[in-house]
Design a protein around this ligand. Structure first.
Ligand SMILES: Nc1ncnc2c1ncn2[C@@H]1O[C@H](COP(=O)(O)OP(=O)(O)O)[C@@H](O)[C@H]1O
Ligand SMILES: [Mg+2]
Length: 153
């Protein structure tokens, strides 16, 4: 477990942007944290780091939004997913085991179908308005190396 502190939105952006520059095909980024924690803020930054020019919005109502950058980006928000079956109806495997990068907001809701190889990022609000505790857990060397890079920021 690696804990980083973000004192403001810019710091979260810097972390996400750098992360985006380091991602490769097939990478899965899981994001958890309460409403307003900064999951979408982080996702937008990752998208920029992946060279996505399009404006990234929260896919809460659509569950998934696709973007094209240096790699395809599949941005999920599974907050409204009621069961894993709904994910199957969406054809999630095509995305999770596909040719791009997946970012999954509220990933804990579908934990049972999250591929073993992933980077898990949990964002916690602090009592102070703009402070966030960002905890990262890597299950592969690739993601461990990424965390080491992010710690330098
Ligand atoms: N350090 C920080 N990191 C990320 N967001 C922050 C930070 N400080 C304040 N914010 C604000 O918190 C909100 C996060 O919203 P959002 O990213 O939509 O959250 P979520 O997707 O987790 O519901 C934004 O309004 C953002 O400006
Ligand atoms: Mg969000």
């Amino acid at each position: 477990m690696n804990t980083m502190i973000s004192n403001n939105e810019q710091k979260t952006y810097d972390l996400g942007y750098k992360l985006g520059t380091l991602l490769k095909k097939g990478d899965i980024i899981c994001l958890t944290g309460d409403l307003g924690a900064g999951k979408t803020a982080m996702s937008k930054a990752i998208a920029k780091g992946l060279e996505v020019d399009e404006h990234v919005t929260s896919p809460t109502f659509s569950i998934i939004q696709e973007y094209m950058g240096r790699l395809p980006l599949y941005h999920f928000d599974v907050y409204r997913i009621g069961s894993v079956e709904e994910m199957e109806d969406l054809g999630y495997e095509e995305y999770f085991y596909g040719d791009g990068v997946c970012i999954i907001e509220w990933a804990s809701i579908i934990e049972e179908i999250i591929p073993k190889e992933h980077l898990w990022i949990d964002i916690k609000r602090d009592d102070h308005e703009n402070i966030r505790k960002i905890e990262m857990k890597a299950t592969t060397e690739h993601f461990k190396n990424i965390i080491e890079e992010l710690k330098k920021i």
